[in-house]
Design a binder for this molecule. Structure first.
Ligand code: SF4
Length: 282
């Protein structure tokens, strides 16, 4: 594998690994286009796929139809990584979520009072997967890798350096260039690429109500699967004597929280702002 590294000055120590954490959304694709045209210095993009059954289908379709061919045409590596168990088998987030007998819920569901529950999905299925690859390719506390993340100026609150791991130095190329989400759209269009779907798992409880309403209208089968999943999680919780949890903050099942045939005017939050690790929704 030909990973991009900066050639060190004589006597400056080992090479520094330099990768971009590709989320599959607008900001990441804009960074891919910026790298392809030499405006940012990244030649290795890493996509931590949390599962073909978990990522939004449109994100995976875009990855395979547009992002990978575009990267290959421009001599950029776009590498797909997956979480593996100790025995080498692959685990998806959906599998973990629906594992029989599981007592915990790894995704950011809302508790009955609307408060967000704790989540382990981003850490287990993105951060650790990327860390494993970086360490296997030479990143260490003594020689941290430079890791680019696509956070634009309008989401600057997500650029939280405190979450940096010892083996990495986070870099936000869109902030350096002063680019906003609207600029990213222009960059993608200029590169001849379509605008990607917002990248996140289809069942992510960080979705704002309008995202769920769009899904109910445009992707009714996926919406139904999300309702079924929420029911399934609550059946399991009821067996354990626990309160129900929900995929929205409305304190009721998704099917009732997001009624069909009407626009949701009050969105409440910006979904990407809730995911402060910067590894989802980019
Ligand atoms: S998109 Fe949501 S459910 Fe998926 S890994 Fe990120 S926080 Fe978890």
């Amino acid at each position: 594998m030909n990973c991009h590294a900066i050639t060190p000055e004589p006597g400056a120590g080992p090479e520094t690994l330099r990768t971009f954490s590709f989320g599959g959304g607008v900001q990441s694709v804009a960074c891919l286009a910026l790298a392809a045209t030499g405006r940012i210095d990244y030649r290795t993009f890493l996509f931590a796929n949390v599962g073909d059954d978990s990522e939004h289908p449109a994100t995976l379709a875009y990855l395979n139809q547009y992002a990978k061919p575009y990267a290959a045409d421009h001599g950029i590596e776009l590498i797909e990584l997956r979480r593996t168990r100790r025995d080498g088998s692959t685990e998806t987030l959906y599998e973990r979520l629906t594992r029989p007998g599981s007592r915990s819920i790894p995704i950011p569901v809302r508790m009955s009072n609307g408060a967000p529950g704790t989540r382990s999905c981003t850490a287990d299925f993105k951060i650790r997967v990327l860390a494993k690859w970086l360490k296997a390719h030479g990143a260490s506390r003594a020689n941290p890798a430079t890791v680019g993340i696509g956070i634009s100026l309008d989401e600057i609150q997500r650029a939280n350096n405190k979450r940096e791991e010892p083996h990495e130095r986070i870099h936000y190329p869109l902030l350096d260039l002063g680019l906003r989400r609207a600029d990213c759209h222009r960059i993608i269009i200029r590169a001849g690429l379509p605008i990607p779907h917002k990248s996140a798992c289809w069942f992510c409880a960080f979705h704002r109500p309008s995202t769920w309403a769009d899904m109910r209208r445009d992707e009714p089968e996926l919406f139904e699967r999300a309702c079924y999943l929420e029911d399934h999680l609550n059946e399991r919780r009821a067996e354990l004597g626990k309160d129900p949890v929900y995929l929205t903050g409305f304190g009721k099942p998704l099917d009732k929280a997001i009624p069909g045939g009407q626009l949701t005017l009050l969105d409440g939050h910006d979904e990407s702002s809730l995911c402060d690790s910067g590894r989802c929704f980019t």
